[in-house]
Design a protein. Structure first.
Ligand code: MG
Length: 309
């Protein structure tokens, strides 16, 4: 799971919104290596993951601790993860905010959590480890409300956590991921009816409802609902891990978040050996990189008793 999150994130980060830089995603696309992002302002290095993975690590570390899963402890973990490893990839506004604070309390005091962006969904994959569905939904809600206290962001966090749990346990019993998630998000009518529309998409469909409304060429926006739609479209239509990664990125736009969530979920029960060799081999191995993620996965396995973490 964690390596899937990190690989999807690191690979996707090389292509994040490159359409906005006047480049063609299809021309730039290379599935034989990690790319660094072509815009030097991103300061992104090939094989390096971004905020999606770092915040997922923060969630995992809270799950592993004996502390309560509440906004204070989660905020502390997010601040701590960033301060000990100041990576790039956060939105510039959020990164400036993180640079300006020193504790979770300060984050809670000063942040206005009214965003509909996908920042909650992108760190919800680890919540699939929670077996009890009510608890899983409560944790996903706490996770969303901390930074994204809007119906769509809460529904996105719940959906991603549920999908992750589904893939961990009994994916085989559900042919369609939408059949599983939709009953849980009925209290979010806009989100629910959007997912119903996305459920009709096949590989041959016009995919524009997943993409930027004004200009589909800009790919999947940072929006929570659209990101969840893109992830569910991918999971519903692609079962092979390398296809999940490739097709997530080829949707364009917020490629690192869509690929990170999709691959993190899809990798729950599948061996990463299905992916091209570079994916694992060239993934960042800095202090909180590959080896750290493997060790964190071992600890989660010990606590939650699962495999492939
Ligand atoms: Mg990111």
């Amino acid at each position: 799971m964690l390596l899937g999150i990190a690989i999807g994130d690191a690979y996707g980060a090389g292509y994040e919104f490159i359409e906005k830089n006047g480049l063609s995603l299809r021309n730039e696309f290379n599935f034989t290596k990690y790319q660094s992002h072509p815009n030097p302002k991103h300061n992104h290095q090939s094989g390096m993951y971004t905020d999606d993975t770092q915040m997922s690590i923060g969630v995992c570390e809270l799950l592993l601790s004996d502390k309560e899963f509440n906004s204070q402890n989660l905020a502390d973990n997010f601040v701590n993860c960033y301060k000990r490893d100041q990576i790039v990839g956060y939105s510039s506004r959020f990164q400036d905010f993180l640079d300006s604070i020193n504790s979770g309390s300060e984050m809670l005091e000063r942040l206005n959590p009214s965003s509909k962006r996908n920042g909650a969904a992108m760190r919800s994959v680890p919540l699939g480890l929670i077996e009890d569905k009510k608890m899983l939904m409560d944790y996903a809600t706490v996770n969303a409300k901390l930074t994204h206290n809007t119906p769509q962001a809460i529904a996105s966090s719940i959906s991603v956590a549920l999908l992750s749990n589904l893939y961990l346990n009994d994916k085989e019993s559900y042919i369609n991921v939408f059949d599983y998630v939709l009953p849980f998000v009925q209290d979010f009518p806009i989100f629910h009816s959007y997912l119903q529309e996305v459920s009709k998409l096949t590989k041959d469909s016009d995919l524009s409802i997943l993409l930027n409304k004004d200009n589909p060429k800009l790919g999947v926006p940072c929006n929570a609902m659209k990101t969840t739609g893109a992830v569910m479209y991918i999971l519903n239509n692609y079962q092979v891990l390398s296809d999940v990664l490739k097709e997530s990125v080829l949707l364009g736009g917020d490629t690192d978040s869509v690929a990170s969530i999709s691959l993190g979920i899809a990798a729950m029960n599948l061996s990463l050996e299905e992916l091209p060799e570079f994916c694992l081999q060239d993934l960042t191995n800095h202090k909180f990189g590959k080896e750290y993620l493997i060790e964190l996965g071992r600890k989660l396995d010990g606590k939650f008793g699962m495999l492939n973490l």
